[in-house]
Design a binder for this molecule. Structure first.
Ligand SMILES: [Fe+2]
Length: 369
């Protein structure tokens, strides 16, 4: 090639890093702009803050009084609250306490402004639920930095919540692949929480069971349809693959720290009392209690609902089969009789699906508080 030969060089495309708009201070799309609620009765203070934050494209809402702020919180998705310590109707600290005691708003960070210096004041404010403090007179650069940091943290919390929602949606899609199971997850959550309640288990464990009702079979997403929906008996190799759903489910959910209490349920819900179950051949009380509870509920629901291969059995017939499994050594001998009592009361209280959905939603709200 001569020195004069012109070589066509195609420029490499500049790689644009994908960026989540909510992580950026200056988002061009107002739909993604973080929303800040300023709660202060003094017009000048609100105007000053708006001026300080104006260079960035936040969406700013203003409230002169706490009652107006609560109405806005009911209607809008707010990402950060900036509140003055001194307010009409109630103090800034009381306002913080109310925001943080409501499940719908408790994750919104609060930046409290005060002109009263003193460690006692700061401690009391933080105890009331404020996430950070700024002392007046405000320094614009400090306000912008603090606001940016708090919003980035909020965006991370949001993304974790979104990830958890995606997992739940995925788990439900797994269940819906089998169109015969209907409200299987809901019934499972409902039965197992009732049993946990009868055993006096704490709310955290009831919440784990609620989530386990939805997530226990999420590992089935990795099982081929040809095995999952096979008509007829599975071969030994196919069973080996099917049994993997417990381990795969645990692997899928393990990265989410909030799901840690649910992992033993996902992994161990097919163990048997005599050690003949899978995947770890655990026996007796070595099988996590929450997994044993969910298993009892799971079997009962499978027996009492219609499947392609069997009709729905009555409560009495289902319990007779489960007690027979206790005699064979497969099930927890104390849990199954207790479940029989609990589920009978449960059936009376939730005569129809709508009742069950409503009481489950009430239970979910109570557990999350
Ligand atoms: Fe399973």
């Amino acid at each position: 090639m001569s020195a004069h030969t012109k070589v066509e060089v195609t420029p490499l495309p500049v790689r644009q890093e994908p960026r989540h708009p909510r992580f950026e201070n200056a988002s061009p799309d107002p739909a993604y702009a973080p929303t800040i609620l300023i709660v202060d009765d003094i017009d000048l203070n609100r105007r000053l803050l708006r001026g300080i934050l104006k260079a960035t494209s936040y969406r700013i809402l203003e409230a002169k009084r706490p009652s107006v702020a609560f109405s806005l919180l009911d209607m809008e998705k707010v990402d950060l609250i900036i509140v003055d310590l001194v307010l009409p109707e109630m103090s800034g600290m009381e306002f913080c306490q109310m925001v943080k005691s409501d499940r719908r708003t408790q994750l919104i960070p609060i930046l409290m402004l005060t002109s009263i210096q003193g460690i006692e004041n700061e401690v009391a404010g933080l105890e009331s639920g404020a996430d950070d403090f700024l002392l007046k007179p405000l320094r614009p650069a400090l306000v912008r930095t603090r606001v940016g940091t708090m919003l980035r943290h909020k965006a991370l919390v949001d993304s974790l919540e979104e990830a958890e929602s995606i997992l739940f949606a995925l788990a439900q899609s797994v269940e819906h692949r089998d169109r015969y199971t209907g409200l299987h997850c809901e019934r499972l959550a409902s039965y197992s929480i009732d049993l946990a309640h009868a055993l006096g288990l704490p709310k955290q464990e009831q919440l784990a069971l609620f989530r386990g009702g939805y997530l226990h079979d999420i590992g089935k997403i990795s099982i081929p349809d040809s095995i999952l929906f096979k008509r007829g008996l599975l071969t030994e190799e196919e069973w080996d693959i099917m049994r993997q759903h417990t381990i795969r489910g645990e692997q899928i959910c393990r990265p989410m720290k909030t799901l840690a209490p649910v992992l033993p349920i996902i992994r161990s819900h097919h163990e048997r009392w005599d050690g003949s179950g899978y995947p770890d051949s655990l026996a007796g009380e070595d099988i996590p209690l929450l997994a044993r509870i969910l298993q009892v509920a799971d079997i009962y629901d499978a027996l009492t609902t219609a499947r392609p291969y069997k009709p729905a059995f009555s409560h009495d017939r289902a319990m007779a089969i489960m007690l027979e499994e206790v005699r064979r050594g497969w099930r927890d001998p104390e849990l199954v009789p207790l479940f029989a009592e609990v589920v009978k009361r449960h059936a009376e209280a939730q005569a129809d699906e709508q009742n069950m959905q409503q009481s489950l939603e009430a239970m979910r709200r109570e557990l999350a508080e």
